[in-house]
Ligand binder design. Structure first.
Ligand code: FAD
Length: 226
């Protein structure tokens, strides 16, 4: 192939619209969609999200649970107050969003995904040139037997934070036990609880004992001041 035919081939490829389907419409999916649409006007990006909302900030859940953020809808908003919904993504990012729609199957031989809208309407297919999985993660449930109770929660989904907040507002949360000592523990403790009773070094995966002691001292002081 000559240099000229290579260049022509490149032009033909570039002229073609590239259909990108993204499964999952939260941090990863929305970020990928916005970036792709910014990179080229030839990208036709569609996000398929099974929940009713997209681009939800899970990081703000401790703030909502503690009452620092009023309504949960504030966690769908940009820093300047615009709601990040399907219309926002269509208008501002040139991205099509299908909420309450679940991808049930990927047909790689046909380059299409099978989608089903919530509420039982018929399934339909979406063709793709490129497919992105942004389907996130699920909380790991302990392997030991654990009763189901509204007072036991993973604190992963908006509903978990809503339940926690309601229970706290009714005065039902005097003590709490948190299983797991990662980042989430830190943000939840910081925002929701006074930390008189946490283990010696709950953040051992992240902080040294010395730093943790300082952190505990500060929290103790804050609790006393309050
Ligand atoms: C309480 C809390 C506090 C946090 N704080 C911070 C923080 O301070 N800083 C930080 O960096 N991170 C924080 N995180 C982590 C951060 O929120 C996650 O890393 C981030 O949400 C991951 O985004 P994601 O898009 O990869 O996945 P997810 O948010 O899990 O989204 C995946 C989406 O895919 C959808 N989906 C899955 N399968 C399908 C399907 N078949 N069809 C259609 N849709 C599908 C799901 O409905 C879901 O909405 C926190 C998380 C929590 C829970």
């Amino acid at each position: 192939m000559t240099t000229k035919s290579l260049a022509v081939g490149f032009c033909i490829r570039r002229a073609r619209l590239l259909n990108v389907v993204i499964i999952g419409g939260m941090a990863a999916g929305c970020r990928a969609a916005a970036r792709l649409s910014r990179l080229s006007a030839e990208h036709r990006v569609t996000i398929v999200e099974r929940s009713p909302f997209i681009s939800f900030s899970s990081c703000g859940l401790p703030l909502f649970a503690s009452g620092e953020v009023d309504g949960i809808s504030n966690l769908y908003k940009t820093s300047y107050g615009a709601v990040r919904d399907a219309e926002f993504f269509r208008e501002v990012k040139r991205v099509k969003v299908l909420t309450e729609t679940e991808v049930l199957e990927v047909r790689t031989e046909k380059n299409e995904v099978v989608c089903k809208p919530a509420g039982g309407d018929g399934a339909f297919t979406l063709p793709y040139d490129s497919l992105i999985f942004a389907t996130g993660s699920e909380p790991v449930r302990p392997t030991f037997p654990c009763v189901r109770s509204p007072l036991i929660s993973s604190f992963h989904y908006p509903g978990d934070a809503e339940n926690f907040r309601k229970a706290a507002q009714k005065g039902k949360v005097a003590t709490a036990v948190i299983i797991g000592g990662g980042n989430l523990l830190y943000s939840k403790i910081e925002k929701c609880l006074s930390t008189r009773d946490v283990a010696e070094n709950p953040l051992q995966n992240y902080l040294t004992t010395k730093v943790t002691k300082k952190w505990r001292k500060e929290h103790k002081e804050r609790a006393i001041n309050e």
